[in-house]
Design a protein around this ligand. Sequence first.
Ligand SMILES: Nc1nc2c(c(=O)[nH]1)N[C@H]1C(S)=C(S)[C@@H](COP(=O)(O)O)O[C@H]1N2
Ligand SMILES: [Mo]
Length: 385
Amino acid sequence: MVSAKIPWMDRRRFLWLGATAAAASPAMLSAVIDSAAARRRLLQVNGYPPDAETPLELLDSYITPNDLFFVRNHWIPTTVDAKTWTLTVDGEVETPLRLSLADLRAMPRVSRTCVLQCAGNGRGLFSPPVAGVQWKYGAVGNARWTGVRVKDLLARAGVKPSALHVHTFGADLPPGKVPPFHRSIEIEKLIEDGIVADEMNGEPLAPLHGAPARLVVPGWAGDHWMKWLVRLSAGVAPQSGFYMDTAYRYPKAPGPPGEPVKPEDMAPVTELFVKSNITTRPARAVIGRVSEIGGFAFSGAPDVARVEVSEDGGVRWSDARLDSRHEPFAWRRWTYPWKPARAGEATILCRATDSRGRVQPREAVWNPSGYLHNAWHAVTIPVAG
Ligand SMILES: Nc1nc2c(c(=O)[nH]1)N[C@H]1C(S)=C(S)[C@@H](COP(=O)(O)O)O[C@H]1N2
Ligand SMILES: [Mo]
């Protein structure tokens, strides 16, 4: 059964397969499973904790559908009872708040479409290899998030000028003596862009994505996007602990690949790096006939200015056409009509430039935890004469 691959998969699909099984013969059922429904799946990259990425070729739409959106957890995901859930806003505030889901939903609502990418996306592509979940391309997606501005929550609580950081807490608990996933974010960033979201792509947030509400931090890596959010606490200093002081840190300056980096030479991972990938390509092409190459591009800068394609290993580049749909920190779809001139194997590369002028590099900067891989993406396509 398909669901055996991912026992915690989307319940509706599970029920649908169950209902199909009841109505159909085994032959019909296997035909159904072999068809599109079975290919529409996540790739499990880790068993404990459950982590799964989207196959790159399915990341071919502006909005990533909820059932295809990657899932990343530090341990067993929790299930929160929405009826008893509360969100506490406290710390450096005049009036601490404790809001039910109904209280939260009664506040002014906003929607923003933006990219969520795990800091470790692409870790499995680093050489020499680094320890950790071996994500390839699919720990990323673009979704429409709806909820309440962190700015409005902090204002309602009467945040004091002394507050410079917001400490964030989720309801999931680590096993044994493992330190909790406690984090903090500069208050400026959250006031500017942060949302406590309870809807994803127009549906109530799913349990695996942090129901009933999670933090959305447009432009910043996924480790800031606290799921099963239960508390925002304004503080004068960053939060301390393993997931602030040791994990999610990146070298301040590039060093030799494979070499350890001293803790004082590292800074927290915050903004995403400019990156593009090819999601759409022909299995094979024919000389002189146009095939479509396409993909997405995004950055920690609010927009993507340019995507280029090279057929000669990065010597000459041609502009791809950018799709008109864009919002700050959302990804930008792009297409390139490719007309191969030679038979044999063609290697197509893409690179993006963001609205701050940063260009996707040929090589990603090697770092001990394998964060923010953003090297040029290459695909090889056979061309018939
Ligand atoms: N409470 C909690 N929040 C969390 C995590 C977690 O393990 N626990 N993982 C973080 C990481 S590292 C990422 S990349 C994103 C993944 O969100 P998703 O599972 O909705 O894709 O959630 C973040 N928020
Ligand atoms: Mo992550």
